[in-house]
Design a protein around this ligand. Sequence first.
Ligand code: C5P
Length: 217
Amino acid sequence: MIPVITIDGPSGTGKGTIMSLVAERLGWHSLDSGALYRVLGVAARRRGVALEDAEALVPIAETLSVRFSAGRVYLDESDVSTEIRTEEAGMCASKVAAHPRVRAALLDWQRRMVREPGLVADGRDMGTVVFPGAPLKIFLDASPEVRAERRYKQLKEKGLDANLAQLVVDIRERDERDRNRPVAPLRPAEDAVFVDSTSMSVAEVLDRVLEEVRRVF
Ligand code: C5P
């Protein structure tokens, strides 16, 4: 069996950074599942489909032409890397991600990303739904204030617009929707290792995760 490491948690915990660093260390492939939902949100908007209209979103999800290449993300061969990183795109992603049939339509695509020698996948339901048999599952969390601050820095570094107070409000709203949706809600898998990164640096979180990698593999 090709090994999978899952890293789940709310936004702003540094999941994406840790996922990339672990994949790089191990020489494994990586999957940023949040980007998939973000791209779907952009695709829906481009086609003028309402984010609440599950019926219309399913065929878009089923035929979504998304490609990850050299750190860039493409939708129908157009580079949407910057467009999908705005807070608004995150909010749209969380709306399309709330529909059970939309999630089901993206399951196979995600599972097909498992390739030799292994995959590190980050998201909300990697350990609970998409890869329930993964031998190592990490659940990364941090206080909403710290997550908002990290998000703020990240957006500023990318030259995007950001307002700290608004980010705290947005993060709480998105968490609420992700945690309370009936299908694949954000929660740790029973066998997940819980890491609270509130007062940890990226290097410390990476060390902690690599310690688990050595224990399991
Ligand atoms: O991780 P990121 O912030 O890019 O995810 C954007 C949104 O996509 C999340 O708020 C969540 O609603 C949704 N998502 C999801 N399941 C995943 C990954 C992301 O529902 N596995």
